[in-house]
Ligand binder design. Structure first.
Ligand SMILES: O=C(O)CCC(=O)C(=O)O
Ligand SMILES: [Fe+2]
Length: 379
């Protein structure tokens, strides 16, 4: 979960999930129990053709136009698609899973060397929860994995397991190359020159924050969520699912569908910045996403709510790579999407303003997005 209206805080270490499971609990503690209306219910499988699987190699041969059309359709219909032949090697994808398993297998004391500090966005801990919110059944190791400035500003690279740093480096470099190709593809889809989106988002200054997510097996999965519904504040998210454990779900026409895990594929949680929602979302954690989306594009692509469920038998790992602009990147409507009939709704702002403003907002009820409006919607 890359954003919510909750204050971003590392959780105290006595609140982590894995030690509870190790201690052999058979009933989940009350702080994890979702209210009846938010519980996951029986899973609904989206069939393969519904959440499209895009063969990225087709972008560079005679299938290009067809593949572009498939991606556009996927973004409009689902806001999600999966990619194969994406250029990140299966060996790297296996490696990140392996070192993450090794990390979570360390003793609690060893993991806590990198405990997330209050207010930090990296480290071993959980994000976006307050003492009063229902807790998610997830433990994370979050790291800046790409973007020197970002890494230096918030360094976190556990020294154990020994291979972690090396694997994460190789993995995030490959994921960044994939992000660059996706940015060019999105630009073309939006009717822009291939380089335009990259230039305006300052592609060289982009950072990747990778969250190594671990959802331990849960004795009562029907009562809890691994992650509550949210959408990511990233430009887009490149998500590696665990090979064959279901868990990710996406909201489509009011129903939650499973996003099937597919070996060696990435799920692209496409284009939060491209979503078209205007004031449809309730006040709260969606503000951040919808603001980013609208300010840049007013476009027709959807940002999608997703969540994760847990299961009784196996732990599940997932690896969202959040592609984030540098703090100085200016977020503003692209002139291509503006016209007399569609004037800019928002003033220009930097990504830092967008994030900081959001986090300094009191939680209940405020609409942070309105702070950046040029004309208020009710005027
Ligand atoms: O575990 C997953 O598949 C989803 C993770 C996610 O949405 C997140 O960390 O923001
Ligand atoms: Fe997410």
């Amino acid at each position: 979960m890359e954003e919510s209206s909750l204050v971003e805080k590392g959780m105290p270490m006595d609140q982590m999930v894995q030690p509870l499971v190790k201690a052999g609990i058979t009933v989940v503690p009350p702080r994890f129990i979702q209210p009846a209306e938010s519980r996951p219910g029986p899973p609904v499988e989206a069939n393969g053709s519904q959440i499209p699987v895009i063969d990225m190699s087709g972008l560079y041969d005679e299938r290009r136009n067809q593949v572009l059309a498939e991606i556009a359709h996927a973004c409009q219909e689902w806001g999600f698609f999966q990619v194969i032949n994406h250029g990140v090697s299966p060996a790297l994808m296996a490696d990140i899973l392996m070192v993450t398993k090794e990390f979570f297998a360390l003793s609690q004391k060893e993991k806590e060397v990198n405990a997330m500090k209050p207010g930090a966005t990296v480290g071993y801990g959980r994000l976006f929860e307050t003492k009063n919110s229902v807790a998610n059944w997830i433990d994370r190791l979050v790291m800046w994995t790409y973007g020197e400035k970002q890494k230096l500003a918030e360094p976190c690279m556990p020294l154990k397991p020994q291979r972690l740093g090396e694997v994460v480096d190789a993995y995030s470099n490959a994921v960044y190359q994939l992000c660059k190709r996706l940015i060019e593809t999105l630009a073309v889809m939006l009717g822009l020159e291939p380089d335009v989106l990259g230039e305006r988002l300052n592609v060289e200054g982009l950072g990747i924050r990778t969250s190594c997510n671990y959802y331990p097996p849960c004795p009562q999965p029907e009562l809890v969520l691994g992650l509550t519904p949210h959408s990511d504040s990233s430009i887009f998210t490149v998500l590696q699912q665990d090979g064959d454990v279901f868990g990710l779900e996406t909201l489509h026409n009011g129903q939650w569908f499973q996003v099937p895990p597919l070996k060696n594929a990435f799920v692209i949680n496409g284009g939060n910045q491209l979503q078209h929602l205007r004031y449809a979302l309730p006040a709260g954690f969606n503000d951040m996403t919808s603001m980013f989306a609208q300010i840049i594009s007013n476009a027709k692509y959807k940002s999608v709510m997703h969540r994760a469920r847990t299961n009784t038998h196996v732990g599940r790992y997932s690896f969202p790579n959040f592609l984030l602009p540098s703090d100085q990147t200016v977020i503003e409507p692209f002139p291509e999407f503006l016209s007399e009939a569609n004037p800019p709704l928002y003033r220009s702002l930097t990504f830092a303003e967008y994030v900081n403003g959001f986090h300094s907002m009191p939680f209940a009820g405020g609409r942070h997005i309105d702070n950046f409006l040029l004309t208020r919607p009710d005027q």
